[in-house]
Design a protein around this ligand. Sequence first.
Ligand code: NI
Length: 227
Amino acid sequence: MLLQIPDLLTTEQVAHARRLLADAPWQHGSETAGRQAAVAKNNLQLPLDCEAARTISRAVVEAVERSALMLTATLPRRIYAPRVNRYGGDWPNYGEHVDNAVRFDPETGEQVRTDISCTVFLSDPVEYDGGELQVRDTFAAHGIKLPAGHAVIYPGTSVHQVTAVTRGCRLACFFWIESLVRSAEQRRLLFDFDMALMHLREAHGEDTHTVALSGTYHNLLRMWAGH
Ligand code: NI
């Protein structure tokens, strides 16, 4: 499922992140890519152990945990510590690749299965040309370029790329989520169910039927949550 999460970060959080990134110690992105991905990876990335990376990573995880839309769409079990990257100048793109299925999180020492990929945009589209996130599915390659503070989630299983930035610079944060529900199909059913239930409650208030449906939602989640 491709889904936009508007305003995951506030304008103030984006501005703060941008100030921290102004003189950050960037390094070459291939250091954290798998072998196939490293060949295609032509960008810069913040090392984990700098203040900017830690502060931004923490803000993004907190934002995910506060976002009802994000939580219902992803049902997170683990979140891989968000990283920050930069495209532009001599390091303009990341060619087509697939992300490693399992990543070792150096922060927590845990293995994280990359069910869902997420990008949080830290630059506005007017600041750069190119730099589109393209996610391929069975229908087409979808081009995604969102305002700063917005996020997009897409299946960890998909082939994707970031096209070359030809003007300016594109800053973004990226991370992966291991979901309580491994199957994308089951996750999608739960998401549709939860959204419809939310609209029912808004329109008619809580009643016996919405309580019963809510019970069914949780029973499905209980049945499907596992490894
Ligand atoms: Ni990737």
